[in-house]
Design a protein around this ligand. Structure first.
Ligand code: HEM
Length: 156
């Protein structure tokens, strides 16, 4: 489905950009010629993905305690900015780096995996194909190093 692929693309853009990956430009402009932002359908589509994903995280008892004092609307805004910018849209990400943002949180592998699970739930909701989901997981690598501080911890 066209819409499902678009949703996959925006999420993969998010993950790669947050990971500090420099391949965003090549991902943002495929052989189709259109920017990622255009193919996504602009801000409405990006906002829908972020809403679903953040909503799942906020309702996830494994990790939602982390966000007890977080301004969720602000978090959503920053994620939309980040995706929009990374996909070639007319936005500037005004948030902090992934390393600075998550410094001192003591995020574990289990926390990270829980969040990825929520992301996969969003992808499943939008019927993203298996291949794309696997590619998305592969893109998590660079980000993980900046976010996880306790890789050996099974519980936080
Ligand atoms: C794919 C992985 C992740 C991405 C893309 C991501 C992205 C972000 C972004 C963009 C922000 C806002 C930055 C800012 O405030 O300037 C943020 C904040 C935050 N992240 Fe993550 N994050 C990820 C993983 C995690 C994990 C695994 C946890 C812990 C379970 C976590 C906990 C938090 C918390 C608690 C905040 C809010 C900090 C505050 O209130 O000041 N993040 N994240």
């Amino acid at each position: 489905m066209k819409r499902s692929i678009a949703y996959y693309v925006v999420l993969s853009g998010l993950l790669l950009s947050l990971g500090g990956c420099n391949t965003m430009e090549s991902i943002g402009h495929t052989t189709a010629g259109k920017s990622l932002y255009e193919r996504l359908g602009g801000k409405p589509a990006i906002t829908a993905v972020v809403d679903d994903f953040v909503g799942r995280v906020a309702a996830d008892p494994r990790i939602n305690g982390r966000f007890a004092t977080t301004d969720i609307p602000r978090l959503k805004t920053l994620l939309v900015e980040q995706i929009c910018q990374a996909s070639g849209g007319p936005c500037n990400y005004t948030g902090r780096s992934m390393k600075a943002t998550h410094a001192g949180m003591g995020v574990s592998n289990a926390d990270f995996d829980a969040l990825v699970g929520d992301l996969l739930a969003t992808l499943n909701k939008f019927k993203v194909p298996e291949r794309e989901k696997n590619e998305l997981l592969s893109a998590l690598g660079p980000m993980k190093g900046d976010i996880v501080e306790r890789p050996m911890a099974s519980m936080r």
